[in-house]
Design a protein around this ligand. Sequence first.
Ligand SMILES: Cc1ncc(COP(=O)(O)O)c(C=O)c1O
Length: 402
Amino acid sequence: METTTIDEVRALEARHVLQTYKRSPVTFVRGQGVRLYDADGREYLDLLSGIGVASLGHAHPGLARAIADQAQTLIHTSNLFYHPLQGQLAERLARLSGLPRAFFCNSGTEAVEACLKFARRYWHARGEPRAEFIAFENSFHGRTFGALSVTSNEHYRAPFEPLVPGVRFVPVHDPKALLAAVSRSTAAIIAEPIQGEGGVRPLTQAFASAITEAASNTGALIIADEVQSGLGRTGYPFYAPVLGLHPDLISIGKALGGGVAVGAALVSQKVADTIAFGDHGSTYGGNLLACRAALCFLDELDTGGLLGRVSRVGDHLERGLRAMAARHPLIKEVRGAGLIWGLQLTRDAAPVIKEGLARGVIVNRTAETVVRLLPPLVITEPEIDEALGRLDAALGAVGADE
Ligand SMILES: Cc1ncc(COP(=O)(O)O)c(C=O)c1O
């Protein structure tokens, strides 16, 4: 059955879809590059890319061809057997990250979950079981029990407690508190190099070196959650090394499949050496379709020159945002890198998102007062100018007061 009007779509969802998402009243039916089209044929510039997922934009011809070809050849066989693509993808990710081994899963939260389990497994194998994790205030790592347990936001946590025990939250940019909290009971320290859901807040290099110091004092492993900040988003393959942070484990997801669900935990050899057959698994993890999509994305990122472009267009976006901040007193701060940016407002960001939608630009609200931008990595400078023009009008319509 074809349901196209917003009213029909809403009524059907209201009856049958579990109401966990508060959606904006738009129904998208088609996309092309950085543009999305709703059921009435209205066009929108997408500065969010499905929360950092549609890395190659919408309906990317190369990705569409690769997925179609793979679907007509073989989609899934399970991890009971070999297929030709998983090793290729793991090798590419090893070259990009410096971590030699990959475990494939289907989402960011699963990638975090795998990293937490592998960290505990590492200490168990060494005959020194360490149960504790150090995480940061304002963090977001996902919604499954392990990932939720290292996520700080009470709103997400409270209805599901008790969570995994042994997690301590430390304020970001407080090296003293961090050094006091990390001990020889700490299995791992988990950090987002840029806190995304927490309001697009990059860690400082000084705090990253405190993480390194705390880890080397105690042997605690470092997990960098690069689900949002990784894979070219900042103009670098990963943001942790830019901060001088060298993690033992990295979680990735979002951009990797360009919209096909795929995530991975990347691990160092010393951690990999402690993992045995059967320790972890996923039925779908790293199937042919997911690996083919991810390989297509990495081709564009590496050989296709996307990575170099992100820095250039990212600079252009930053200049545009700073100019906008100078015009609008409701923007208190501009934070980010490459193509991940947050506009810290003096007030709730919700009306800006709404006014943006009405003017054909998609951004989202995070940490209540932040407008977040995560455009497709293929966005061009003229598209940025056009989108910022619409965002500028939305900010103007909202004004500084509640
Ligand atoms: C840093 C980080 N980790 C983990 C996740 C969870 O990813 P997913 O929603 O794919 O499970 C997110 C999602 O926003 C994220 O930003």
